[in-house]
Design a protein around this ligand. Structure first.
Ligand code: ATP
Length: 729
């Protein structure tokens, strides 16, 4: 912003007026000046075109913008045509006042209702951001004082105080911080020794500049004085494009705390007003040396702003890179957070800047899609806190019951589990016993099998032998031979028919063999092997089926065990989570109790104050009454005196004037009283004023300019009557 003298301002005013005229001549209509819809949670984007500057005019540059009817415009560059629509589009003739009415007013009103509000201006260097935000003013002041050229910031400040003061129901406190982001460092413009401040999130205020000087202010004028101090600490440089280019992002933060005296509701609103540094093409601006370095840093933070907007609007990004620059971190609440935000994009009208204008308009188009989540920053009342505490207590109790239930369930389950384990161990023992029995049986079976195999071999051999022997023996011819030989041998003194047979015939040997084998079988006579074998088979099958049943029992028990263990684990986890929740709730409970205690304390102290003021009130009332008694007597005696002197009251201007002066003096004495006492006082003396007014010399309003006197009330009328009659006496 140039160091303007009033002369320059007048020149600009003239320029603006002639442009307005030309605009009208060209048929360019002023855009609607309806305030923006503040209930909309989308970021509101308005676009403002500045008139062509001297350089653009001397280079015979042409306008590239055509305005449509529905807040849209067409940009016709040398190569292409582009259409854009915004919430509002302002042409170069739009007045500063209209911009404020559309942009500033609704945001300021929102802040007074307890919302956070942000207005920030974006655009290429020299496009009119400072003109829009601060106005065309004195760079020594930092803002414009000229009524015509005042920007959004001074107008918002004026309006804020007007708005707050108009509401007698609220008590408010306003404070402000004024910082700039220069070369990625936050500098306190109210205390330039603080050059690298940090950004923090601290509830209920949200994002704040930690350590920045915060000044309490009670009027717009005080803010202006601080802005003046801040302006003298700002970083500004001349570039080819702008005589006084802002080389930093300037941020004014105004905080408004308010309390409704009727409802005790406490609210907090934060107004952030940002004049961004301009994006620039270093070639065009002719930046070099430190200005070039500044330009790089400016472009870097603006591209971080662009990245944040992309992340917020492309629908794919999970992460929004707010922390990539100081600017985006500071504007975190304003972009996609708890804020009602309006972006003003400033553009040039001329073909000289067509690329930059297109890029600015595209930036605005993307920002339009950002959705914020604005809410009223309200502090809870003691009553609400109490209710919340009660609710939290109930929840804690419910959770406690659940935990106790779960614990009991867990105890029950683990008892069951132990029982089952015990049962399992019995079964295991049984299984062991059965397994041992099985082993034994196996051994027996094997032994028996061996014997059976042996026996069956023998049996089969014996059978074959006996079959062949019997075949031999029972052959009638051989049998008769055998019998006769035996008899002969026996008769000749032989040993036996058997030996005779052995000696003479192979059949004897066979017979012997058969006989001995038969006798060896005869040793085991009485044993029924088949039966034994069958029994064993039955026994084995029984054991096997018992075994199988046991095994299936074991496997089902093992599965059950697993389930129980699993269940037990889950239960333990549930109990752990619930215990954690319980802990958190208990902590919350403690925190709320502490908060409640604090509230209670402040309520107690308020009550104490109230008691004191009531005491004082009674005292004052008494004093007032006494005073009024004395006063009444004096006045009455004076009036009587004048009546006695047979002067008509209406004719005695001097007496009335004197009385009036006395009443005024008394009224001013009681001006520090509270409302009730004052009105009691007025009612009392209003009567008198009424009677004086009857004289036609002085009107009651002149005596009691704030009130209509008590004359209108029946009470007062009665008293007037009394006084009048007492005067007549
Ligand atoms: N709408 C407008 N009507 C008349 N003059 C304007 C308008 N907008 C800007 N100007 C003038 O244009 C010049 C540059 O404007 P300004 O300093 O506001 O730009 P800027 O965007 O803040 O630039 P930078 O980013 O370099 O700080 C100033 O002299 C200003 O008075």
């Amino acid at each position: 912003m140039s160091t303007t003298a009033v002369g320059q301002q007048n020149q600009q005013q003239e320029q603006q007026q002639s442009q307005q005229q030309r605009g009208a001549e060209n048929g360019v209509q002023l855009q609607l000046v309806q305030p923006l819809n503040s209930d909309n949670n989308n970021i509101q984007v308005v676009c403002r075109f500045r008139p062509m500057n001297d350089m653009e005019k001397t280079q015979s540059e042409k306008p590239i913008v055509e305005f449509g009817e529905n807040q849209n415009c067409t940009i016709k560059t040398r190569r292409s045509v582009h259409n854009f629509t915004f919430d509002r589009i302002f042409n170069s003739e739009t007045r500063q006042e209209d911009i404020f009415n559309v942009v500033g007013k609704p945001v300021v009103e929102d802040v007074c209702k307890g919302y956070n509000g942000t207005i920030f201006a974006y655009g290429q260097t020299g496009s009119g951001k400072t003109f829009t935000m601060m106005g065309a003013g004195d760079s020594i002041l930092g803002y414009s004082e000229h009524p015509e050229f005042k920007g959004v910031i001074p107008r918002s400040i004026d309006y804020l105080f007007r708005y707050l003061e108009s509401n007698s129901e609220i008590k408010f406190a306003v404070s402000m911080c004024f910082v700039e982001i220069y070369m990625e460092r936050i500098k306190d413009l109210l205390d330039p020794s603080k050059k690298n401040l940090k950004i923090e999130k601290r509830e209920p205020r949200g994002i704040i500049v930690s350590g920045a000087r915060e000044e309490r202010v009670t009027s717009a004028r005080e803010i202006y004085q601080l802005l003046k101090i801040g302006a003298s600490n700002r970083a500004i440089a001349a570039t080819k494009m702008n005589e006084e280019s802002s080389r930093s992002h300037t941020i004014l933060i105004v905080m408004v705390s308010q309390k409704n005296i009727t409802t005790s509701e406490t609210k907090f609103g934060k107004l952030i007003l940002v004049d961004l540094a301009g994006s620039e093409k270093v070639k065009k601006t002719g930046a070099s040396g430190s200005t070039l370095e500044e330009a790089k840093q400016i472009n870097k933070s603006l591209s971080a702003l662009g990245m944040v907007i992309t992340a917020l609007t492309d629908g794919n990004s999970k992460h929004v890179p707010y922390r990539d620059s100081k600017l985006t971190r500071l504007l975190q609440d304003s972009l996609g957070g708890n804020s009602r935000t309006t972006l003003v994009i400033n553009c040039s009208f001329s073909s000289f800047n067509e690329e930059e204008t297109l890029s600015t308009l595209r930036f605005g188009e993307r920002a339009k899609k950002i959705k914020n989540k604005a809410k009223v920053n309200r502090e809870l009342t003691a009553k609400e806190l109490k209710q919340m505490l009660e609710k939290a207590k109930e929840e804690v109790n419910e959770l406690r019951d659940i935990i106790t239930g779960l614990r009991n369930k867990q105890i029950e389950e683990s008892r069951k589990f132990d029982e089952e384990l015990l049962e399992n161990s019995h079964i295991k023992q049984e299984i062991e016993v059965v397994t041992k029995e099985k082993e034994k049986l196996k051994e027996i079976i094997e032994e028996m099998n061996e014997i059976t195999v042996k026996q069956s071999t023998k049996t089969s051999r014996h059978r074959s032998i006996s079959i062949s022997s019997s075949q031999k023996l029972f052959n009638p011819r051989r049998l008769s031979m055998f019998v006769s030989r035996s008899a002969t041998l026996f008769e000749s003194g032989g040993d036996s028919p058997m030996s005779a047979c052995t000696a003479n015939d192979t059949s004897e040997a066979i017979f012997d063999q058969t006989g001995s084998e038969t006798s060896s079988i005869g040793d085991d006579e009485g044993t029924d092997y088949a039966e034994l074998f069958e029994k064993m088979e039955v026994e084995r099958e029984k054991t096997e089926s018992k075994n199988k049943a046991l095994q299936s029992q074991v496997s089902s028990l093992t599965a059950d065990n697993f389930d129980i263990e699993q269940k037990n684990k889950e239960l333990k986890e549930q109990v752990r989570i619930l215990e954690e929740i319980n802990k958190e709730m208990e902590q919350e409970h403690i925190r709320m109790q502490e908060e409640l205690l604090l509230k209670q304390k402040s309520l107690d102290s308020l009550e104490e104050d109230l008691k004191k003021s009531k005491k004082n009130e009674t005292k004052w009332k008494k004093e007032t009454m006494e005073l009024s008694e004395v006063f009444n007597k004096t006045v009455q005696s004076k009036v009587r005196e004048s009546v006695r002197n047979q002067n008509s009251l209406s004719g005695n201007n001097k007496v009335v004037e004197m009385l009036t002066l006395e009443i005024k003096a008394l009224t001013s004495q009681v001006s520090f009283f509270d409302v009730a006492t004052r009105s009691a006082f007025r009612e009392k003396f209003g009567t008198l004023a009424y009677s004086i007014s009857k004289s036609g010399v002085v009107k009651p309003e002149e005596i009691f300019p704030i009130n209509n006197t008590g004359a209108a009330s029946p009470n007062s009328k009665e008293r007037v009557f009394t006084i009048n009659s007492s005067l007549k006496q």
